[in-house]
Design a protein. Structure first.
Length: 132
């Protein structure tokens, strides 16, 4: 006498439940990966692409109560905004900080600004620029 097998014949009834679960997990992983890429792209665009004003310090000159900073600003012609500058003394303490607005209708602005300080500053740092 032979015993009957309770297993269905191979490839007769489609995929096994494990294969179907694996396929569903792969689809879910692909969808979640696409959503993550879309979110990263969205935040990158709004962080980098929407910042319509940028600048760099070209040179600076210090005195006992002020720092004269030559600033080069690049922006869209219709953009308005401000840049934050600061100065530190030789020990690293902050001796001055101020925001300077740039509302001119130009794409490139060279400007020398005067940052007042509480003591002699040894640096001129651009902390960042914001549109608005």
């Amino acid at each position: 006498m032979s015993t009957a097998s309770t297993r269905p014949p191979e490839d007769r009834y489609g995929r096994s439940p494990d294969e179907r679960a694996d396929r569903k997990l792969k689809i879910a992983g692909a969808v979640l990966g696409a959503v993550m890429l879309a979110l990263i792209g969205y935040f990158a665009y709004h962080y980098v692409g929407q910042n319509k004003i940028s600048a760099q310090v070209v040179a600076f000159q210090t005195s006992d109560h002020a720092v004269r900073i030559h600033l080069e600003v690049h922006k869209d012609a219709d953009a308005r905004g401000y840049c934050t500058l600061r100065s530190r003394d030789t020990t690293g303490d902050e001796v001055g900080r101020a925001d300077f607005r740039f509302d001119e209708r130009a794409t490139r602005i060279d400007k020398v600004v005067k940052l007042r300080t509480t003591a002699r500053g040894s640096t001129a740092e651009l902390l960042g620029c914001q549109a608005g």
